[in-house]
Design a protein around this ligand. Structure first.
Ligand code: FCB
Length: 469
């Protein structure tokens, strides 16, 4: 038996009762959800025919993650998925965003899908359907099968075609069980952290490789959209981009130019090709030495611009950008906006969510949006009464949900909102040291304890349901 605590999740503070965003702004079908990703929660890395991904390899290299943490066991969700889905049901979530492990489904990155993995995900998605929860399925959340990395990884153009093939096979085998599909999560992180700074898997540090990876991830997305559509014309397909709110340190021309470069790299290099038909001129200029123009072959931009049904927007915080000649790549550096009170020193600035949503509506008008990730890490702990009173997280989430309501009132076509994350989990290079969950995980016993924020979110969703009748 999974030691899942069915605590009554009563709110433990009076002040929490006042954290009530304006739910009237959200449509009747609004997708209130929470999100996870395969490598961060599943564990069972050598079971059911799963092969290694770049994150298995990277996490096992000395010194790459905090305390040498790995996803070997993580939340053991591969074995505990049924009781974890009970938590989703008990919270009244309308939607759940999960990712599929590519190296579980297709261990070598080519060839037919692994039937054990297909059966596993069919059971999981089938159960979500049964309990009336809308699944948003991400095909790639950073866990490239190691054999594809060995063949060149994302800097190799062939990887984009491998991904498109995988997407098509998954659409064949699982496409009947979910209406909402996300091709790739945060190509910026995969390319610039994975191949540029080396902070993430596979841990390479070469700007040219990062730029090539970025283009091939974008291309992989476009090819996959077409493949999924071809097989499943009725599902909705999108991509999840991280959109960070950038503020210039001053009105000095050099700070303004630094912020524009930063924005070109982090945001427009990914949003424009999908939603505007091509890379902006300043992105081509920024990466002239890395030969972006040569990497982009005839027809690539049209492929990447294959229409999507929605944009998944991941958003957390605000950064202040200034000119900094000591930083080779962008000649720009950032500091967090204040208050930077989360345990990652990311800012708690609800206004930043309103700003990025309004910005996307301004730059790419009419795009349906789901906030596919939003949340915060705090040093949560189980108190003497066995509860986790994460009032800071309730404060964070209520501010950001209110900001989302304001964005809708300003005309943004927002259709869903997903808290990152359902469970505390393996936070990439930070290992288990950072907790983002609505539900606390005791990694020694795998006990789940819904935090006060889980009760707050459950009540918010219920209040919205009453408001829309
Ligand atoms: C995002 C990732 C997600 C999680 C959050 C905190 O960039 O997509 O997996 O790590 O950050």
């Amino acid at each position: 038996m999974t030691p899942t605590r069915s605590a009554d999740m009563t709110l433990t503070t009076r002040s929490a009762m006042t954290w009530q965003p304006d739910v009237d702004a959200f449509g009747a079908d609004f997708a209130w959800g929470a999100a996870t990703a395969a490598y961060q929660i599943e564990g069972a890395v050598a079971e059911g025919g799963r092969g290694p991904s770049i994150w298995d390899t990277f996490a096992h290299m000395p010194g790459r993650t905090t305390r040498g943490d790995t996803g070997d066991i993580a939340c053991d969700h591969y074995h505990r998925w049924e009781s974890d889905l009970d938590i989703i049901r008990d919270l009244g979530l309308r939607a759940y965003r999960l990712s599929l492990s590519w190296s579980r489904l297709q261990p070598s990155g080519t060839g037919p899908l692994n039937p054990v993995a297909v059966a596993h995900y069919r059971r999981l998605l089938g159960r979500l359907k049964e309990i009336g929860v809308r699944a948003f399925v991400t095909l790639y959340h950073w866990d490239l099968p190691q054999p594809l990395e060995d063949a060149g990884g994302w800097p190799a153009r062939a990887t984009a075609y491998r991904f498109a093939d995988y997407a098509g096979l998954v659409a064949d085998e699982l496409g009947d069980l979910a209406e909402d599909w996300i091709t790739i999560n945060e190509p910026w992180c995969s390319s610039f952290l994975g191949y540029g700074t080396g902070a993430h898997a596979p841990g390479r540090s070469d700007l040219g490789e990062a730029v090539a990876a970025a283009h091939h991830l974008n291309l992989a997305h476009g090819l996959a959209v077409a493949n999924i559509r071809h097989r499943r014309p009725h599902v909705a397909v999108g991509v999840a981009h991280i959109v960070t709110d950038l503020v210039t340190a001053s009105e000095q021309p050099e700070d303004l130019a630094a912020a524009a470069r930063y924005d070109a790299n982090n945001n427009r290099m990914f949003l424009d090709p999908v939603l505007r038909g091509g890379y902006p001129v300043d992105v081509y200029e920024l990466y002239r030495a890395q030969r972006l123009a040569e990497l982009v072959r005839d027809g690539d931009e049209a492929t990447i611009a294959t229409p999507v049904d929605f944009l998944g927007l991941n958003h957390y915080h605000q950064l202040i950008v200034r000119h900094d000649p000591t930083v080779a790549h962008l000649q720009a550096s950032t500091t967090p906006a204040e208050p930077a009170t989360t345990s990652l020193r990311w800012s708690v600035t609800p206004e930043s969510l309103r700003r990025v949503l309004v910005r996307v509506e301004r730059d790419y008008p009419g795009t349906p949006i789901h906030v596919t990730e939003n949340g915060a890490s705090f040093d949560d702990y189980v108190d003497h009464s066995g509860q986790v009173a994460d009032n800071e997280r309730i404060g964070y989430l209520s501010g950001y949900v209110q900001a989302a309501a304001e964005a809708i009132r300003e005309g943004v076509n927002l259709q869903g909102y997903f808290v990152w994350s359902l469970l505390d989990n393996f936070e990439w290079a930070e290992g288990y040291s950072k907790r983002f969950g609505l539900v606390y995980v005791d990694y020694h016993t795998q006990t789940r304890i819904p935090k006060a924020s889980a009760a707050w979110y459950r009540d918010l969703i219920a209040r919205h349901a009453r408001a829309v009748g």
